[in-house]
Ligand binder design. Structure first.
Ligand SMILES: [Zn+2]
Length: 302
């Protein structure tokens, strides 16, 4: 049987795996990220692939990476959290292993995984919104993944929610991710409750503490406002919510749906748009990276 080796390169770790044609992750491991070092990042992936080649017939390497990437050339253009710029990782991997290598943005890979194996299966118009440190996004419209003219599209986190609001690292003020990302939730809660350190902690406390619950409701309101804007621009069949905060499950999903149900605008025009949780979890990046080889991974979309 043929397999694809997959790597999900994030700011702190690199997830490595071997994916079967049906999308099963038959082997996986995690190594620390080589921040600031593209060559070393490629070396870590190549070394995993070298060992795996002894056990599996591997036909290619799919890489998911955070940040701006050049998919056609396989170049990491600007991965700020990794501090890797203009590094031709696909070429480096092919040189080291003799295998073809393909690269895609991690949010796009996560959406691929949801389309093939998760909660977006069978859909033609769907958005992915990832609630992590910031807010990432990916869009699949009229049966095609869309990234804009230069690959910078679907940066949903930088929609302006509050004109003249908080300063964002992108240079704008009042971006959505400053109010509805996981870090935003912690920041909002820690203003009133300085012991709050993680989104998980805020969510747990919101279930029993009325004051924290109030912060949580304000957060949900801002999350719902952004989703409502996305509905009005794209009119998707569904918006899939992924990223670390989606681990809050029904508490998050039911909450944001409750806020959206209060919107006359949504009721009038977008009542049929589903809001769902991502299903592929931590493996989404790897599965979507493997799916960059649709000739091997059955039902591949791209
Ligand atoms: Zn911004």
């Amino acid at each position: 049987m043929k397999y694809i080796a997959a790597a999900d390169v994030g700011g702190t770790t690199i997830k490595l795996g071997i994916v079967s044609p049906s999308g099963a992750l038959v082997e996986s491991e995690m190594v620390g990220a080589a921040v600031g070092d593209g060559e070393k990042t490629a070396g870590l992936i190549a070394s995993f692939v070298g060992s795996a080649k002894k056990k599996y017939k591997i036909d290619g390497i799919g890489v998911a990476c955070a940040g701006a990437i050049d998919k056609a050339e396989g170049i990491i253009t600007a991965a700020d959290n990794l501090r890797i710029y203009n590094f031709p990782i696909a070429k480096a991997l092919t040189l080291a292993t003799g295998l073809p290598a393909r690269l895609e943005n991690d949010a796009n890979c996560a959406l691929n995984a949801e389309l093939l194996f998760g909660s977006a299966a069978g859909m033609d118009n769907v958005l992915l919104v990832t609630l992590g440190t910031g807010i990432g996004g990916a869009m699949y419209l009229d049966g095609k993944q869309r990234t804009g003219s230069r690959g910078f599209g679907a940066e949903f986190g930088h929609m302006i929610l509050r004109a003249g609001g908080l300063n964002c690292s992108c240079g704008l003020n009042g971006c959505w991710e400053l109010y509805a990302g996981a870090s935003a939730l912690v920041r909002r809660a820690s203003v009133l409750f300085p012991d709050m350190r993680s989104a998980r902690q805020v969510i747990e406390r919101a279930k029993s503490d009325a004051n924290v619950a109030k912060v949580w409701e304000e957060y949900l309101e801002d999350l719902a406002l952004g989703l409502q804007s996305l509905m009005s621009i794209f009119d998707p069949e569904a918006i899939i919510i992924g990223g670390g905060l989606s681990n809050a499950g029904a508490f998050l999903l039911d909450g944001v749906k409750r806020h959206m149900a209060q919107s006359e605008f949504v009721k009038s025009y977008y009542g049929g748009v589903e809001v769902k949780l991502a299903e592929c979890g931590n493996n989404a990046g790897m599965l979507g990276a493997a799916a960059l080889f649709p000739e091997v991974i059955n039902g591949g979309i791209i």
